[in-house]
Design a protein around this ligand. Structure first.
Ligand code: PA5
Length: 391
């Protein structure tokens, strides 16, 4: 299950004055635009779950997932968290940069592999995935005939608009819709994230089930806690983990909180710390630098069985490190909330996703910004597109 420790490594806080605000936020989460992610039944239909489960039986050597931002980070986070460290790489992500080297090497890598492609873009116009898909699609056209391509190209995009939807209509490719009232960073539990996760071999129904075990009140409390810390001058939140498989999960958290709250010259700057590695670099700053940080520590309560020379399991020692570090940081006025799960599996990852989505949106409302737009990301896209059209 998912448990939150708000006490051991924190100073006492008064949450009472937030009760009225939270009551209003609860209403907004059910009535505002772009809040369909809050009701899991609106994230994905039963029909789409069945279609995805069916597609997940497809055999392939290589799946290329093309997308950026909210159209890639959720799937990447879950697949990285649940996959073994050492395996033959069957799933690669592309469209997250404009690196020519990456694409040239990917073309070489796919050459002798039975390949399928899932391109994901709500708008269908984002520069990086659009250029990447264009190039990879040309390679697919060289490799496969029209009938084969219909089994190998899967497009996740808007129901009506955009270049990708046009291609679906023209070529009859398999497609999924990005729900209209769900933005990129809140879309991991829609076909955007669930399709690649299922193709990677994970149980998406367990992930969805996980959301049912989330205490919504804990998510609100966590959001209030962050807001109080922010008002006390804590401007940086470090998502700290002791299991490196969570690296991309914290990349997803960076986007979720950064795009939700970083507006109108306000917001907490989200970053991460991969421990114990970073205790040997950033640890110095946390322990002794400007105390403008607070930590949200992701803990996995696994006992493990690898006995060390200290007659303890490695997981136990990792846990000792987590607790001692949180205590030491508190001495430098860095407070920690410890979020613990029993296991790193589909059920618990589903819990974490839904918990943080509620907390991020609530944080946006508490800050007085629109939690669901991203005007500056759109401005960046427009600037590049104008420049490219004029050249
Ligand atoms: O959260 C967001 O809305 C953004 O990060 C988008 O997901 C990202 O820019 C990709 O957009 P699109 O899916 O339209 O290609």
């Amino acid at each position: 299950m998912l448990k939150i420790d708000f006490n051991t490594y924190q100073k006492e806080k008064n949450y009472d004055e937030y009760q009225d605000k939270i009551k209003k936020i609860k209403e907004k989460l059910s009535t505002d635009n772009m809040t369909d992610w809050y009701d899991i039944t609106k994230c994905i239909s039963k029909e789409d779950i069945a279609r995805i489960k069916n597609l997940s039986k497809t055999k392939f050597d290589l799946l290329i997932v093309i997308g950026i931002g909210g159209s890639f980070l959720g799937a990447k986070a879950v697949i990285s968290a649940l996959s073994p460290y050492f395996n033959d790489k069957k799933i690669v992500f592309a469209g997250t940069s404009l690196s020519e080297t990456y694409l040239l090497e990917l073309i070489e890598f796919m050459r002798d592999k039975d390949t399928i492609v899932n391109v994901i873009s709500k708008s269908g116009t984002t520069l990086e995935p659009s250029i990447t898909f264009d190039i990879i699609y040309k390679e697919m056209l060289k490799k496969y005939n029209d009938i084969e391509l219909q089994k190998r190209i899967i497009i996740t995009t808007d129901a009506k608009e955009g270049e990708l939807r046009k291609l679906v209509n023209e070529k009859n490719y398999c497609s999924f819709e990005v729900p209209n009232q769900i933005g990129g960073r809140y879309s991991v539990l829609t076909p955007v994230g669930l399709l690649p996760i299922a193709l990677a071999g994970f149980d998406i129904e367990q992930i969805l089930l996980g959301t049912k075990y989330v205490s919504v009140d804990d998510a609100f409390k966590y959001a209030i806690n962050r807001d109080i810390l922010y008002k006390q001058g804590k401007l940086i939140e470090s998502f700290t983990f002791y299991e490196p498989k969570l690296y991309y999960f914290t990349e997803w958290l960076k986007q979720l909180f950064g795009e939700t709250q970083g507006k109108e010259k306000k917001g907490i700057y989200p970053t991460f710390s991969s421990n114990t590695r970073d205790l040997h670099s950033l640890g110095q700053f946390y322990q002794d630098g400007t105390p403008i940080i607070f930590e949200t520590v992701l803990n996995i309560n696994d006992k493990g069985n690898l006995i060390t020379k200290y007659n303890k399991t490695l997981n136990e020692i990792n846990n000792i490190a987590l607790n001692k570090v949180a205590l030491a940081h508190l001495k430098n006025d860095i407070e920690s909330t410890i979020i613990s799960i029993d296991k790193l599996d589909e059920l618990h990852i589903g819990m974490l996703i839904y918990f943080f989505e509620i907390a991020a949106a609530t944080g946006g409302y508490l800050l007085g910004v629109n939690p669901f737009d991203q005007p500056s990301v759109n401005a960046y896209k427009d600037l590049i597109n104008i420049e490219l059209k004029n050249s």
